[in-house]
Ligand binder design. Structure first.
Ligand code: NAD
Length: 270
């Protein structure tokens, strides 16, 4: 019993003294991960498009005695990401954990109706944004090693039946290939790089989903008799994903790199 309590206390401080940068920290998975990392002792730079998206996350962290600040940045713009990283290191002198998480569903449409701009917007946010976040973090992570976690998806990796999501799924598949290249390249610096592949998680992602009326032309109706998530009969919560992110960020995952972890209640196996 005493051992269990001690273990729980140790776990509660798995990332104590570390500095984390979380993109898309104002909502959903990023928000839950930022709160969790802070609760376990990390100082967190909250990156989001607008200060007001993440101001309440900062306040919640500070109320609980933690440290955080919001860096406004569009992750598809390298100079803005670079500035967010610079501000983090200027403030706290180090960077240990990078959660490259911000992303959008973007335009959901048949390929022939998807415009070049719509395709580019999804790819430049989800894939280029991941590259830029990692690129500008690496020089600082190299100083003492660290952990990069990339939010991919079951879409584009194990699951190809979200009709109209061709741009999204391509970006999510690309993130996993990039993660593996980065894991190998950065291993010599003791930087671990992993991806998480969530299934449906209850967040605000629908706000960045724009379905085209032409979708009916390509959808093949698929119906499951008893829900789409066999484990819990419903979507996961951002907090469940945050637990995985914190594990991957922590020394508990010290030998795990180059891996995708599915967190979907077996949804993608159905
Ligand atoms: P969300 O919409 O709740 O949160 C996304 C956050 O990212 C928002 O705060 C938004 O302002 C921010 N953001 C969007 N574009 C940005 C940009 N260009 N620069 C900076 N910040 C930006 O969505 P979520 O579900 O928490 O999504 C987080 C990640 O999880 C995404 O990469 C998404 O693809 C992935 N994902 C989500 C689900 C799901 O079911 N919710 C499933 C699989 C993967």
């Amino acid at each position: 019993m005493a051992d269990t309590k001690q273990h729980a206390e140790d776990r509660a401080q798995r990332v104590k003294g570390m500095t984390a940068l979380v993109t898309g920290a104002g909502s959903g998975i990023g928000r839950a991960a930022a709160l969790r990392l802070a609760r376990e002792g990390a100082r967190v730079c909250l990156v989001d498009l607008k200060e007001e998206h993440a101001a309440d996350v900062r306040e919640e962290i500070e109320r609980a005695g933690g440290e955080a600040f919001v860096a406004e940045a569009d992750i598809s713009h390298g100079s803005e990401v670079e500035e967010a990283v610079r501000r983090t290191v200027d403030r706290w002198g180090r960077l240990d954990i990078v959660f490259a998480n911000a992303g959008i569903n973007g335009k959901v449409a048949p390929i022939e109706h998807l415009t070049e701009e719509e395709w580019n917007h999804t790819l430049s946010t989800n894939l280029n944004g991941t590259f830029l976040t990692v690129k500008y973090a690496v020089p600082h992570l190299k100083e003492r090693g660290g952990s990069i976690i990339i939010t991919s998806s079951i879409n584009g990796n194990r699951y190809f039946k979200s009709f109209g999501f061709s741009a999204y799924s391509t970006s999510k598949a690309g993130q996993v290939a990039f993660m593996k290249m980065a894991a190998l390249e950065l291993a010599q610096y003791k930087i671990r790089v992993n991806a998480i592949c969530p299934g449906a998680i209850q967040t605000n992602i629908d706000d960045s989903t724009f379905k085209s009326p032409e979708l009916d032309e390509i959808v093949i109706p698929v119906e499951y008799p008893k829900g789409q998530q066999p484990l819990e009969q419903g979507p996961g919560s951002p907090e469940q994903v945050a637990e995985l992110v914190t594990f991957l960020a922590s020394p508990d995952a010290s030998h795990i790199t180059g891996t995708s972890v599915y967190i979907d209640g077996a949804e993608s196996l159905l």
